[in-house]
Design a protein around this ligand. Structure first.
Ligand SMILES: [Zn+2]
Length: 117
């Protein structure tokens, strides 16, 4: 299967999530967690989440957007559930060995979202 590595001309590798002292770029995540099977809309939403919740943004030729993995994981769980993709998305949550959100909540833009609501 061909891995979709670009969305609108931007590579997944430019989007990075941090957890603890670890960082993972989304190209690695998509590949290693077997996310190629997920719909493009789901992958696009993942990119959009990192972009709108970028904690560190590096501009220029090697631009990077870096977000919190705990929040990203919580958001992906919610998005998968809302899109009836729980089974297809399970591999991501097994792959990402961090908790989802922070004590039952995650942040999206300036909103504090309760997990499970
Ligand atoms: Zn977070």
């Amino acid at each position: 299967m061909v891995i979709q590595t670009k969305i609108k001309g931007r590579a997944y590798g430019e989007y990075i999530a941090l957890y603890g002292k670890k960082a993972i770029n989304l190209a690695t995540l998509v590949k290693e967690a077997g996310m190629e099977i997920l719909p493009r809309s789901f992958l696009k939403e993942m990119i959009r989440f990192v972009k709108r919740n970028s904690l560190i943004t590096i501009y220029g030729k090697d631009s990077k957007n870096i977000c919190c993995m705990y929040c990203l994981k919580a958001h992906l769980l919610r998005t998968a559930h809302e899109s009836n993709l729980d089974n297809q998305a399970r591999a991501i949550f097994t792959f990402l060995k961090c908790s989802e959100g922070h004590r039952g909540y995650y942040i999206d833009k300036k909103n504090l979202i309760k997990i499970g609501d």
